[in-house]
Every structure is written in C-alpha cells, then in structure tokens.
Write a protein that binds this ligand. Structure first.
Ligand SMILES: Cc1ncc(COP(=O)(O)O)c(C=O)c1O
Length: 435
C-alpha cells in the first residue's frame, strides 16, 4: 500500500448539500472531505474516483456502539465495502465481521483480524468454504438450510472438531424496502422456516460434532422503521419458548443489519430506536446482543467523483455524460436507487439550475447515475460527486464494457491513501487464457 500523502487540510465550514455526513463539507463553495479539496484529489488520482472518509465511518460505528451498548458485538457486514483498509477502520475500532463467502473471510484474515468472532451467513455455502471457516475457527456458521447442517456435521466429524452453529430464522416479517433487498419474508430464499428450525435444534443437540450457539435474523436492507426488528424478536422468543432445548447453550442473538441511510431525502434509520426495541429484551435472556450493519457504517462515508465528458441539450431532456457509469455504481440501474448528486465546485455566478439525467458511457439506456437531477449548468471537464456511494458501490463494481474499475482513496484527517489502485487494461484480461 502506498504511504499516506499530505494534502493541505482546510477547516470544515458547511456540510455538502445532500450529504449524510458532515465530513463532506463546503469550503468557499467547493466540496471537501475532511478538509481536503475533492478537486485536488480528482486531479491527483484521476476519475472516476471513490473517496472515503475514515472519520465518517468512525462516527457511524460509534453511533451504533452507543446505541447497542459496550457489551454488544458489532459485526461489520463486509459485503457493503470489502476494501482491506475499510475493514481495518472497523477492526481497529473493535468491530468483528459478518462474511458471506470464503473470499470475504479471506479478506478478514488478510487484513490481519482475529476470526474467532466472525459470523458466516449465506444461503449457499460450499463445502470448501465451510471447511475454510471451520479451520479459521469462526464464532458461528449462520445456518440457512438443513442440507448445510449435514455437510457441516460431516466436515466437523472428519476434522475431529465441533462446528459452532447459529440458526438463521426466517421470521416472516414484512419490511418497507425494495423487494430485492427484503430478506425476512416467507417468500424470500433466506433463513429457516421455523418448523424446520425446530427440528434442526433437536438434530444439533443429538450431534457430538455440532453445537448450537445462537440465533440470527436479517430482515432486509435500507430499513428505517424499528418495529419489524421488535416483531422479529417476538417470533424468535415464541420459537425459543416453545421447547426448552431451543434455549440451551444459546449465547447470542444477532438481529442482522439493514439500518437505512437518507440518500438525500428524509432521515437515516434511528439506530437508537432499533436498539431500544430489542437490546434489553436480548440481554434479559442472558444473550449477547449482536448486530451486523453494513450500509449504515459506510454508505455516507463515500462519494463517487466523476468528470463531465459532455453536456447534451435539446430534445425532451438534457444529459450530463460523465466518466463514471453503471459498472462503477450499479445501484441506480439495479434498484432504481436514488443517489444525490452535486457539482464539486459551485459556478462563480449562480445561474438557474438545470434538470438533467446524469449518465455514463456504457451502452445501456439503464446506465444512469441520477435521473432528473437539479444541477448548475456544467460543462465538459467539470467535476460532480455522487453522494452516499460508500456502500454497495465499489463492492458491486464490474468491468462491463471492459472498463477498468475506479481507484479508491481513504481520507484520514488531512492525509489521503490509495486503498485500491485504478485498474489497468492489463487487469481486464489478466485471468484470461489466450490460447
Ligand atoms: C446476512 C446479512 N447481514 C447483514 C447485511 C448488511 O445489510 P446492510 O448493509 O443493509 O446493513 C446483509 C446485506 O445483505 C446480509 O445479507
């Protein structure tokens, strides 16, 4: 990793409009991150560029810690942003990790963190992945099917060890979010039907190679309302109380993640309200409260900086064609998700804003970053920022249209570090065999 480079820091004066974190702020009408000018970062590292604020991540981690209490286990959901430097920010703050693949586990190990508090969820773990996690000595497998229990027992027996298990329950709780990120309803593929979970508890109790350690739910992502968390807990408590074996050996309840952010409209999820709804009830059972937020910790801590390539006026609407595209940030194309956008530097005069679609160069009409955005008139070479892009941005980026993925930089109080270099053309075909 390149050493941190100094860029002159400026005192924060004003939050950047639409940003969910005051670590992105205005100085003389120009966007800064923790005192560093975004324009200088773009000139130095090129565009498209993901810019992350370490302080913004720490602010959010501390908010979750304050809400859930010092005894709670906070497992950062690696999928939201798996960059090794991001893992370090949270690991150094006392977080553990929630992983959903062998690759994510390998990242935690590569970042140098203890795996004994790692939880491994995911509806389809391979035998090889389970074996890797067993050898890593993780806290628990968040089991999502009866078939998984069979494989796990077989592996544990083979290795002469005991596999720690927490059952991911499907509480059939409806939440107000996009259908693709709703995960706790009966029709969703995730978690165990409660009747099957009951049988699995007995199955685990009979096995000398398996040990029940806890329960887990994850209701979905981008949630704002605390009530579904309480409803899920009602169902888990009823499930556990229906048979004494279901409470035996249980050490923790993981209420999942899913805490939503504002994306420029309304409020972020009130994590205190979520904690208030569940934490004391969990403690009262002698279980350790556990949570696994992703988006809430990193979403508002990152922006995608892009340079305007062309302004197209005329017809029914205007377009700003910029150098970032759906391959760099797929959320708008995939979910119709809204990300606020803003001009990095306000124009000297303040002409009336224009309503434009912000689009990328990819050959798809679905390649847009913002629709009907209100922006000052911008021209080729100007910089714009797509806000709240720290979660599920770089982590979902691809090479579609053979576009190298952007660089990512981490700003830390006046210093900036490249935490992922920009890909080259060679990176695009490095794994291909040209026979
Ligand atoms: C099991 C599990 N835990 C945690 C998360 C993190 O969700 P969020 O980023 O909304 O907090 C996810 C997201 O998909 C998940 O599937």
């Amino acid at each position: 990793m390149r050493p941190a480079a100094k860029i002159r820091a400026v005192n924060p004066t004003q939050i950047f409009p639409g940003s969910g974190s005051d670590r992105f702020h205005l100085v003389d009408g120009e966007m800064h991150c923790e005192g560093l000018a975004i324009t200088a970062l773009a000139e130095r590292f090129g565009t498209p560029l993901y810019v992350y604020s370490r302080a913004a991540m720490e602010d959010r981690f501390d908010a979750v810690r304050d809400a859930f209490g010092a005894d709670a286990r906070i497992c950062y959901a690696v999928k939201a942003n798996p960059n090794l430097s991001v893992l370090r920010v949270f690991g150094e703050r006392g977080a553990s990790f929630d992983v959903v693949s062998g690759g994510e586990l390998a990242r935690v190990q590569t970042a140098g963190f203890d795996t004994s508090e790692v939880v491994f969820a995911g509806v389809g773990k391979t035998r090889a992945e389970m074996d890797e996690a067993l050898r890593a000595g993780i806290l628990a497998f968040h089991v999502e099917s009866a078939a998984e229990v069979e494989v796990l027992e077989d592996l544990a027996r083979e290795r002469g060890t005991v596999a720690p298990v927490a059952l991911r329950l499907n509480p059939d709780v409806d939440v107000d979010t996009h259908a693709y990120i709703s995960t706790g309803r009966k029709q969703d593929k995730f978690g165990l039907d409660l009747a099957i979970a009951g049988a699995l508890v007995e199955r685990i109790a009979r096995s000398s190679s398996l040990r029940l350690r806890g329960y887990h739910v994850h209701l979905g992502s981008q949630l704002k309302d605390p009530k579904p968390y309480a409803r899920a807990l009602d169902r888990i408590e009823a499930f556990v109380d229906a048979a004494s074996a279901r409470g035996e050996g249980v050490e923790y309840l993981d209420v999942g993640g899913g805490f939503g952010i504002a994306y420029g409209t309304g409020e972020a999820c009130d994590v205190r309200a979520v904690a208030h709804a569940v934490v004391d009830r969990i403690r009262a059972r002698g279980w350790r409260p556990t949570t696994e937020p992703g988006r809430f910790l990193v979403g508002d801590a990152g922006v995608l900086v892009s340079r305007v390539l062309a302004r197209k006026d005329g017809g029914d609407k205007g377009f700003l064609v910029c150098d970032a595209a759906m391959n760099d940030l797929i959320r708008p194309a995939l979910y119709g998700a809204h990300h606020p956008v803003g001009a990095v530097r306000a124009p000297d005069r303040a002409p009336a804003p224009l309503t434009v679609d912000v689009v990328g160069p990819v050959c798809e009409s679905g390649d847009f970053l913002a629709r009907s955005a209100s922006l000052p008139p911008m021209v080729e070479g100007d910089l714009l920022a797509v806000l709240a892009a720290g979660a599920y941005g770089a982590s979902m980026a691809s090479n579609y249209n053979s576009r190298p993925r952007p660089a990512e930089v981490l700003v830390d109080g006046g210093d900036v570090t490249v935490c992922r270099r920009r890909e080259t053309y060679e990176d695009l075909y490095r794994a291909e065999i040209d026979s």
